[in-house]
Every structure is written in C-alpha cells, then in structure tokens.
Design a protein around this ligand. Sequence first.
Ligand code: AQP
Length: 341
Amino acid sequence: MTETQFTPRVFSGIQPSGGLTLGNYLGAMKRFVTMQDEGSFETIYCMVDLHAITARLVPADELRHNTRELCAGFIAAGIDPEKSILFNQSQVPEHAQLAWIFNCVARMGWMGRMTQWKDKAGKNAEAASLGLFAYPALMAADILVYHATHVPVGEDQKQHLELTRDIAAKFNHDYEVEFFPVTEPVIEGAATRVMNLQDGTKKMSKSDPSDKTRINLTDDADAIAKKIRKAKTDPDPLPEAVAGLEGRPDARNLVNIYAALADITPQAVLDQHAGALFGHFKMALADLAVDKLAPISTEMSRLMAAPAEIDRILGRGAERAREITVPILQQTYDIVGMLRS
Ligand code: AQP
C-alpha cells in the first residue's frame, strides 16, 4: 500500500511481571540479541511496566524490583545499551499518549476477539481492568511510536501484532496519510512457543502458580537440572524424525528447547539422540541448559548488586528513545488536529 520508506527498525518489549523464564529467553530475548548484533536494524527494547499492572496492581517495590531485574536480564542475555536503546516504558510518556489516540482508532469488537484478553480475563470479564482490555492498543503504540518495521516476539503475540497492523492501516486510511508503517512480525526458530514443563499443551509462563512448570533465568544450576529431570515426558524413546513427535507434546517441547539452546534444528537433535530414553536425554539437556543459562543468572546477580547503575542505563535509554518518540507523537497530533502549545 505504501510508497513511504521507513528506517529498518526493531522494537520489542517484555513485561516486568515476575522473573524471566526460559520461554521469554528463547522466544524473544535470544532473537533480540541476534537482531542487535546483525546490525541491519536499529534495535529498541523496552521493559513494559505500564503493561505489567494490567492483570493486577503490583506492590510498588515489587514492580520497581522486577523492572530493574528485567533490565539486568536483558543486559546479561547480551543486549548492549550502547548498541540498542534499552529503556522503561513509563519513562517515555509518548507511549501512553499515542495509546490514547489508538484507543479511539481500535474498535471494541477487535479487542474483544483477542485470545489473550479472553484467557486472562477468564469467566469474570466484568471484574477485569479496562487496562487489560486496552492492552493491545498500548502495545500498538509501543511499536508505532517508533515507526518500527519489525517486531520479534513469541508465537503468543501474533494476534496482537495483527491488531497493530489493523490499527496502523485504519489510522492511515481514515486520515488519508501513509504515516504509520505496517509492521512485520518476526516469529522464527525452534522455540517460538516454549511449553510448560509439567504440561506440554500449555505455554510456559512467568505467572504460573507452580515454579516446577518453568525455568527461571535466576535459577541456579541445581534448580535447572532438577526441573529438567522432573519434567513430564512419556516412556517411548526419542524418534528418528520430527514426525515421530506428533501427539507427544512433552517430548516435542524438550526436543525444541534443546534445539533452540544448541542453535540447531529439532531434526539435528533427533539425529544425535534417536533411540535414547528420556532419562538419558534429560541429562544431556540439563547439561546444555546449565551451560547456556548459568552465566546469564550469574551476570544478572552481579548487575542487581548495583541498582543505581541500572537506573542510570534506563534514564539514558529513555532520553535516546524520546529523541524518536517526541517528533512522531507531535506529527500524529498534527494529523489528528490537536492544537500545538
Ligand atoms: N512460553 C513462551 N515461549 C516463547 N515465547 C514466549 N514469550 C513469553 N512466553 C513465551 C515471549 O516473551 C516476550 C515477552 O512476553 P511478556 O512477558 O511481555 O508477556 P507474556 O507473553 O504474557 O509472557 P508470560 O511469561 O506468559 O507472562 P505473564 O505470565 O505475566 O503473562 C513476548 O515476545 C512473548 O511472545
């Protein structure tokens, strides 16, 4: 539709809604680092604290701790705050300001069809917050206030990205402009949906009440190995081909995790381990996971010992972010017809 050329720019965010999981790492962060290091894009990564209060109002100290810990996680995983813009959402007010405009662009029907809304609001939607309902409009603002062209995310965010595209297209159409890009999702790799270690049909999630269901990036080597040993599996050996994982969600999950951690395909994992029983495969997976994750956890602890340095990094990141967001919000206001002060 568009003739306008947009700067190749990546935006993505993670909620400081609890400790980071292996799902966040493999589904999102690992790709954030690759896209930063490839150098074909400007990369912008965000702690989305405004999103983190949509499901429940968190005690203030807990939210501050989670936000700093998430920042430590980004850096420990390989995000360089000099190469990427790394910042906290509420420190860049244009996100919330553009979200208001998008609340007026998005339709109630669009929002009501979001599966995350249905899952998180559950049976008692009347008691859910208005913020939870409007979450995807804020997410669209997070992305479009940078004119981001690419958004790396896990599979669960696909529908929200389609809504972001719908909001951009409706705004452009209604105001007869080519102002917002139609953003491309980047959902790739063996672990776009890391599953719960105790139930391979459910997503691994940081808010699951049971800690056994996930690996946290703050887990030490013993905890990682123990959770993998106790992960649910089936009695059959590993098959020779990926098709043999059909109908075996727990087995498939462990193979995918191995593949993503080792940067190989699931078939390459089976080439190495076909015929092995899970007792044996889990030992190999635990060694690999400890090898890859323990250095991240150690680095996070080191960074968390200096919270003032984290705050300084986030403050600088917010300044750099605002160099992009202030003009884009002003242009949006001009298009909409808001008076300049
Ligand atoms: N299990 C997962 N597999 C692959 N990717 C995942 N992501 C989350 N879980 C998995 C990706 O991580 C990024 C940040 O997610 P988020 O924290 O903003 O929200 P979420 O998707 O709602 O993650 P959680 O862990 O399930 O959080 P809670 O429990 O607070 O709702 C996104 O790119 C997401 O796709």
